[in-house]
Ligand binder design. Sequence first.
Ligand code: ATP
Ligand code: MG
Length: 754
Amino acid sequence: MAKRAHLGVLTSGGDAQGMNAAVRSVVRAALERGAHVFGIFEGFQGMIEGGDLIRPFSWDSVGGVLQQGGTLLGTARSPDFLTREGRKEAVLNLLAQGINRLVVIGGDGSLTGAQVLREEWATLAQELVAEGRMAPNVAEEYGFLAVAGLVGSIDNDMFGTDLSIGTDSALHRITEALDAITSTAASHQRAFVVEVMGHHCGYLALMGALASGADFALIPESPPNLDAWEEKMCSILRTGRDIGRRDSIVVVAEGAQDRHGNPISSAYVEEVLTKYLGEEARVTVLGHVQRGGSPSAYDRVLATLLGAAAAEAVLNAKPSDEAVLIGIQNNKIVHKSLTECVAQTLKVGKSIHDCDFDAAMRYRGKSYSDSFRILRTLIRANPRPPEPSKRRLRVAVVTGGAPAPGMNAATRAVVRLLEDSGHIPLGVRRGFRGLINDDVHEMNWMSVNGWAPTGGSELGSSRKCPEGAELYAAAQVLEKHQVDAIVMIGGWAGYYAVHKLYEERHNFPAFNIPLICIPASINNNLPGSELSIGADTALNSIVEVVDKIKQSAVALNRCFIVEVMGRYCGYLALMSAIATGAERVYLHEEGITLRELERDIDLLKEGFEQGKRLGLMIRNETANSFYTTAFIAALFDEEGGDLFEVRQSILGHLQQGGNPSPYDRILAARLAWEAVRRIEEMTQRQSATSFSEVGAICLGIQEGDVTATPLYRVPRLMDEVHQRPLEQWWMELRPLARMLAQPAPGFFKQAEQE
Ligand code: ATP
Ligand code: MG
């Protein structure tokens, strides 16, 4: 039998939320593959000191850590590791435990360190042999070091991954802070300067500003264009005040600078605001709050996926394999050359240092520069006057279906972007009911002021779909208001209604205008998009509540059956199971059988007998109409006997509410931008060509890009009975969820025997 591989895992550099989730996933995935796993404490320093800082880890060593911020392994910056002598000690200590496979979770510095160790490994081992400190056969047997790196850093400054572990959580903290500051700023009519982290990367500042509706952002990659940027900034803020804004918020990245490379500090911005605006300005430096708190749902899922992939990569690695960085790009896990990613990261840093800002923006990629462009438009305080040569379009904005957090952010962005291009936005109240009843009003820049952070739908929504005579009424309303295009932001009921208008075009020419659907539903069950606005917020709401439920369960040896929404789509159930470490998830897509329930009872009993203190099962609301949440709870409770008791918890409508998460707000802005761009494109084409070609599309996000799917394809993409897409990308994450939550039957017994 092959010898069991020995794998070490460490966290290094600055801590970041989600590091624990990554460690948990690495440990469990490696154990599941039969490896011996060691936790290395205090980063590279622990390798150098060895002893108790390198400890064998079991399945339970990483229990209950998913929701904790920081890192259970501890982290450190290790000056000793920068020296060859230090690294030689590290080799000695690692090989004392037979470890020659490493997963390093950290920032660019840490990953560079791991890369250096890998390159020197064989030579350092030989030196140790020559010094008589290591047996020659050990050096020979473990002649190479396999390395996989995960980027754990809130800065998101590393090449090779679209997002690093911790960034989304940091953005949550920033957005919460900006929301809070905005409300006090508005009360006092004050200007605020908020400094966020990010030395060489403006990601947090940019996305934080975009998500919170701030008025100005200063980031390292794209300094303000002019030499007299101070006046320009203030004139933008002043115009905002003139049209009725009560607050001015400027977000400054730690590493912000001007075109000549001179740093722009938050204190300087404060000075500028006081001087030019003549009003009191206040500075808030967010500091380490940004690294703190429980990791967001996204970070937990991301860290879990990447951790499992990293364990697999180092366990499969051959001596000739390069060190890999495992990241996420376009919503897919990718394996990249670590050396290359480090080199590219240095290049971005260098281009910023050399004031080559075009290059810096290029390195950051398209979605980054798009976001910057969107932000620049959204912050412009003044609607632009229409160009005389351009047709002014009248565009109706309607929200349809159940309310989803982020609908308001999307509406706000559509309205402002339309006005910015000289068009006229019309708000339709209460969904398609408003279109039938002529509840349609012109909107403007200020009518959506402050909408970005709010939950629900300010316009009002409904599930109404015009039928029969109502179609005629709706057509008349469109004609009366001379509507040139419709943007529908909403869920399946909204899509259905828009599709109805589309189908009725031959009867009602008023419907033959650009029709655009923007996906907004917590269920994430819409065609043509991997994610819909609102799903991320709902997921975070679920995760927050389940964290609390888990605490109560642990105290009492309980098993909870938690029921989550999603209608027939299991997205929320599966993702919340991954993010909370639930043992089992019941989905409609898979169904539930009595045999499975029996197996689950056996596993629960085995677990509780082994000393487990809580059980957590997540059930989608429609997973099975006979095996309801109450039924499963009763069944488990009865079968659990004295070992454990069972409670059910139906989370209900709290999942539809709440302030939208930063991700949902940013997604809303990106899709709104595309909607306006498409309307202009379609209307231009319409005037040039024939009547029947007017577009009708569903916008979405697929593989990281904003895409448009023709509305006529929708019936072919959907399982209309169950109102969910036929293909759901997240279904392939099911085996991973299963593997990490509970060990295979007999796992503990097998471990005991060894
Ligand atoms: P973050 O920037 O997100 O806080 P980081 O991983 O980039 O995280 P650093 O302080 O740059 O943080 O690096 C952490 C540790 O990695 C250093 O203390 C050092 O031990 C090691 N390290 C960094 N660069 C090198 C290098 N070039 N060679 C060897 N070790 C390195
Ligand atoms: Mg760093």
